[in-house]
Design a protein around this ligand. Structure first.
Ligand code: PBG
Length: 325
C-alpha cells in the first residue's frame, strides 16, 4: 500500500517550471538609490564604512547621475551634507543650501528622475539630533516648524517626494499642511513611519556626519522590541495624510513589513539600511559569501514580505546584475 503525500517538487523540476510559478520579482523600478552630496569642489570620495558609495560635490555630480541614468535607475533619495551646522539646523531650510542645489541640478539634468528628499534636521544641527533642543530635550512642536520649512524648501527646489525621517509626532500632518499652503498639494509624503532606534544606521551616520553629540535617538525613534507600537505609528501617518509608508531598517524588521502590508493599502517602502549593505560588502570582500546571490535573496525577501519599493545602496549593482553583467 502506497503512503499518501503531496508532490511539491513537481513545480520545481526545471528552471522553466520554476520561472512559471515564481511569486515575487525584483524589478529595477522598485529600487530607490540614495545619494550623498557634499560641499566643496572636485570631491568623489568613497565612504570608508560603505565601499562603493561616495560623497560627491556638485561639480562631480553629473558623472554619477549619467551613470545612474544609464543603468536605468529612475528614483533617487537625496542626502545633502552641509559644512555649516548650528543649533537650529538652518541649512536644512536655506533655499540655496547643498541639498536644494543638488535637487535643482538633478532635476535640470534629468527631469524624469524621481527625486526624493529626506526631510530631517540631524545632518544640519550641531548637536546631531533630528529636532531642535530646548534645555537639552527635543522640542517636538518647535522642531515641526523647522521641518515644515525644510520640506517646503525642498519642494521649491524641485523634489518630487518629501520623505520625513525625523520621527517627531505630527510630522506628516504638519508637513502636509505646510506643503499645501505653499502650493505643493501635488507633492506626496513618503513617511518613515516605522523607524526604529537602530544600530544598523552606523555607517550612514559616518556618511552624513549625523551622529548625535550626546545622548541617542531613543526618545523619538522606536524601540526595536515593539511591533504593535509600529502599527499605531503607521495608523497616525495614514490619518495625517501620508502617501507612502516605510519600515526601517529592513532585515531585522521584516515582520513589520508584513504587518504593515496586511493592515494598510498605501505603497509600502522598506529601507535596506547602511549596515545591512556594509555587512554584505565586508563578507563578500572576504570571499565568505556570494554577494549577488545574497543581495538578490534579501531584496526578494522584502518583496515577499510585502514591500513595493526598496531603498538600497545595492541598486547600481542590482541594475548591472539584472542586465546580466
Ligand atoms: C536621518 C536618516 C538616517 C538614515 C536615513 N535618514 C539616520 C538616523 O536616523 O540616524 C539612516 C539610513 C541608513 O542607515 O542607511 N534621520
Amino acid at each position: 500500500m502506497a503512503i499518501s503525500f503531496d508532490r511539491h517538487r513537481r513545480l520545481r523540476t526545471s528552471a522553466g517550471m520554476r520561472d512559471l510559478v515564481r511569486e515575487n520579482h525584483v524589478r529595477l523600478e522598485d529600487l530607490i538609490y540614495p545619494l550623498f552630496v557634499v560641499e566643496g569642489t572636485n570631491v568623489k570620495e568613497e565612504i570608508p564604512s560603505m565601499p562603493g558609495v561616495y560623497h560627491f560635490s556638485l561639480d562631480r555630480l553629473r558623472e554619477e547621475l549619467d551613470e545612474i541614468a544609464s543603468l536605468g535607475i529612475k528614483s533617487l533619495m537625496m542626502f545633502g551634507v552641509p559644512e555649516h551646522k548650528d543649533a537650529c539646523g538652518s541649512e536644512a531650510y536655506n533655499d540655496n543650501a547643498i541639498t536644494q542645489q543638488a535637487i535643482r541640478q538633478i532635476k535640470e539634468a534629468y527631469p524624469d528622475m524621481v527625486v526624493i528628499a529626506d526631510t530631517c534636521l540631524c545632518q544640519y544641527t550641531d548637536h546631531g539630533h533630528c529636532g531642535v533642543l530646548h534645555e537639552g530635550e527635543i522640542d517636538n512642536d518647535e522642531s515641526l516648524k523647522l521641518l515644515v520649512a525644510t520640506a517646503v524648501s525642498q519642494a521649491k527646489a524641485g523634489a518630487d517626494i518629501i520623505a520625513p525621517s525625523n520621527m517627531m509626532d505630527g510630522f506628516v500632518a504638519a508637513i502636509r499642511e505646510g506643503l499645501d499652503e505653499a502650493g505643493f498639494v501635488h507633492v506626496p509624503i513618503m513617511s518613515y513611519s516605522v523607524k526604529y532606534a537602530s544600530s544598523f544606521y552606523g555607517p550612514f551616520r559616518d556618511a552624513a556626519h549625523s551622529t548625535p553629540k550626546s545622548g541617542d535617538r531613543k526618545t523619538y525613534q522606536m524601540d526595536p522590541a515593539n511591533a504593535r507600537e509600529g502599527l499605531r505609528e503607521a495608523a497616525s501617518d495614514v490619518a495625517e495624510g501620508a502617501d507612502f509608508l516605510m519600515v526601517k531598517p529592513g532585515l531585522a524588521f521584516m515582520d513589520m513589513v508584513l504587518r504593515l502590508r496586511e493592515s494598510f493599502d498605501l505603497p509600502l517602502v522598506v529601507y535596506n539600511v547602511s549596515a545591512e549593505y556594509s555587512m554584505v560588502k565586508a563578507a563578500s570582500a572576504n570571499g565568505w559569501i556570494n554577494e549577488q546571490q545574497i543581495v538578490m535573496e534579501t531584496l526578494l525577501g522584502f518583496k515577499r514580505a510585502g514591500a513595493d519599493l526598496i531603498i538600497t545602496y545595492h541598486a547600481k549593482d542590482v541594475a548591472k546584475w539584472l542586465r546580466g553583467e
